[in-house]
Design a protein around this ligand. Sequence first.
Ligand code: GTP
Ligand code: MG
Length: 369
Amino acid sequence: MLKIGIVGKPNAGKSTLFSAITQIDVDIADYPFTTIKPNVGISYIKDRCPHNDINVKCNPREGKCIDGIRYIPVEIIDVPGLIEGASEGKGMGNQFLDNIRDSDILINLFDVQGDYKNDISMVRSEIIKWISSKVYDNWQKFSRKEDASGDRLSLKLLKKLATFGINEKQVEYLLTKINVPQQLSIWSENDVIELSQGIIKYIKPIFDVGNKADLLNKEIKLEYPVISAGYELALAKAYKNGYIDRYSRHFNISEKCNEQQKLILNNILKFYENNVMFDDVISNIVSSLGYIIVYPVYDESKWTDKNGNVLPDAFIMMNGDTALDLAYKVHSEIGDNFIKAINCRTHRIIGKDYKLINNDVVKIVSGSR
Ligand SMILES: Nc1nc2c(ncn2[C@@H]2O[C@H](COP(=O)(O)OP(=O)(O)OP(=O)(O)O)[C@@H](O)[C@H]2O)c(=O)[nH]1
Ligand SMILES: [Mg+2]
């Protein structure tokens, strides 16, 4: 599952956002370091569901589908607040940073009311320093040994980077983007920093998102996406209690609300005439990174599994992934015994090298049963 880590200064509203989007109750308070252990939960990214194209309703095995929009599950990690010096152990320190090791995407949530430019660069710089210190640890001994091994540079670096959940393909990609010496023993600390910067740019990209937009003067436009975790949490609770008909920017207010509740909810509706919610922001980020959603099915014309469930699975894959990659994602045996695949939109046979595109519906024909 795609993993999204929420990082930022204490009090930025990370746990508020986490609670809103996962519907899990967690500690939220107006003092720093409220969160001392990471919270982990499931939320969703959105995409248009292919069921719209065949006019039947889908039966998602995981996630949900509302008004023709498919919600695909992703893991969310709410990380304890980060302060300057965290990479050297201040505040919740390294302990916190360890929690972002296996995030695929990081959201740097900042409070729009503060000195946010400074906050944004502080968080980025602490993460870079933390990665660099882990990589540079015991470097002399490591680099001499690895240089003597005669392995490819990507394989040598993988020994340091695998603990960040980075694989060899990603290291190879990173090396096409940064300029570092082939011989590890001549690397300077700056080369390690360049590597770390490359990681948070190309492998585990960080996106800055402003929070508490409800407190921001409407005239002020930031160059970052801004949200209101506070309003999102209010909507999540209102929806849970039946005060609104959906958790979305376009909700209807129930008659069972009293006048004051109606006033508050109408105010929130008005806010969302000109603002977005986090699921809009994260869905855009995910697609801008080249992730695609692909739907494997068993029946190429009905788009069902063997039991007649319509479009049961939605897989998050990468632009450039092939039909064979999809087969392996369904099951390693299906991948090992791949015969051919069928593009269920065009009914054309596609080979293992077919490059998947977003919203593809694919039947894999395999020799295994
Ligand atoms: N007005 C407003 N207040 C918010 C919003 N999001 C969070 N808050 C408030 O900000 C304070 C901090 O929120 P938390 O979610 O606990 O912040 P955090 O980033 O998890 O903090 P740490 O766990 O200490 O790192 C709480 O008082 C929240 O109610 C928002 O969108 N608007
Ligand atoms: Mg928190």
